[in-house]
Design a protein around this ligand. Structure first.
Ligand code: AP5
Length: 259
């Protein structure tokens, strides 16, 4: 169990195909941290033909977004079981409305977001990656023929089951998802930038320009917004690893070198 004041609440933010799922999976492997991907959850709902799945099928296939209230329910039904765990959200929030709903929910739990990582990858790099992406739908594991290819072509490393292309990864739908990102999701960066400024840890002694209420913010409730840029495979991972290393213990049995 993590100390309440030090629990990592990380939003992995970025364009479709920026590497949110890939990098979250790497963190989960290395650290004592869990990841929730709304894309994976929706694909599971669709496969299981749940009520949410029936609603999501058409919307996801068209590269559009589900309503904020539906997504909040999908996410919180998982988050509420992870109150004492370090976690990553991949693919949520995706609108300012979802950001506000999430903040209100976490405020009630007393563990607000602590880190927002903005993966900044150029559009042309993303477009070339997507044509090489293959996925194992039941687990959400993602492969790329040049960056992280499966051990056996066309099959999942862990289960040996066949890999597939996502139905929303064709060029026309992907372009729509990118447009949707700029219209609905990118404004969240401004939202988090403002929140991070408000929740910056400030010196204990007020300067004449500081409002006294700013000093009352407990250090455990500060929010860091960090943009990680890079177009080659491991540039971003090195920066992300350094950010998380300070905040979360390693997974038990992680064989890699000690810190
Ligand atoms: P979702 O599954 O979340 O799609 P997305 O955000 O568009 O993100 P992707 O999964 O496409 O990409 P990623 O950033 O995870 O990149 P990846 O690691 O795979 O959502 C799907 C749909 O569900 C949405 O369109 C919407 O309809 C609905 N939905 C989901 N959440 C919602 C919400 N909150 N509200 C409303 N609707 C919602 O990497 C991409 C490729 O690049 C891979 O092939 C990978 O191997 C490769 N790669 C990754 N990193 C690198 C690297 N560093 N170098 C080289 N290649 C790399």
């Amino acid at each position: 169990r993590a100390d309440q004041g030090k629990i990592l609440r990380l939003v992995m933010f970025g364009k479709p195909g920026a590497g949110k799922g890939t990098l979250s999976a790497r963190l989960v492997k290395k650290y004592d941290i869990l990841s929730i991907s709304t894309g994976d959850l929706l694909r599971q709902h669709i496969q299981e033909r749940t009520e949410v799945g029936r609603q999501a099928e058409e919307i996801v296939a068209q590269g559009k977004l589900l309503p904020d209230a539906v997504m909040l329910k999908v996410v919180t039904s998982k988050l509420d079981h992870l109150r004492n765990k370090h976690w990553i959200l991949d693919g949520f929030p995706r609108t300012v409305g979802q950001g506000e709903l999430l903040d209100a929910h976490l405020k009630k739990q007393g563990t607000p977001l602590s880190l927002v990582v903005n993966l900044d990858v150029p559009d042309d790099v993303i477009l070339s990656r997507i044509s090489d992406r293959w996925v194992h739908l039941p687990s959400g594991r993602v492969y790329n023929l040049s960056y992280n290819p499966p051990k056996v072509d066309g099959f999942d490393d862990e289960t040996g089951e066949p890999l597939t292309k996502r139905p929303d990864d064709n060029p026309e739908i992907f372009a729509r998802r990118l447009t949707q990102f700029y219209a609905s999701t990118k404004p969240l960066l401004e939202y988090y930038s403002t929140a991070a400024q408000k929740r910056t840890r400030l010196p204990r002694v007020a300067t004449p320009n500081q409002h006294p209420h700013q000093l009352a913010f407990p250090p455990a409730h500060t929010l860091l917004l960090k943009t990680l840029s890079g177009s080659t495979s491991d540039e971003i991972w090195v920066q992300l690893d350094a950010l998380v290393r300070e905040r979360v213990p390693r997974a038990e049995g992680d064989p890699r070198e000690s810190r």
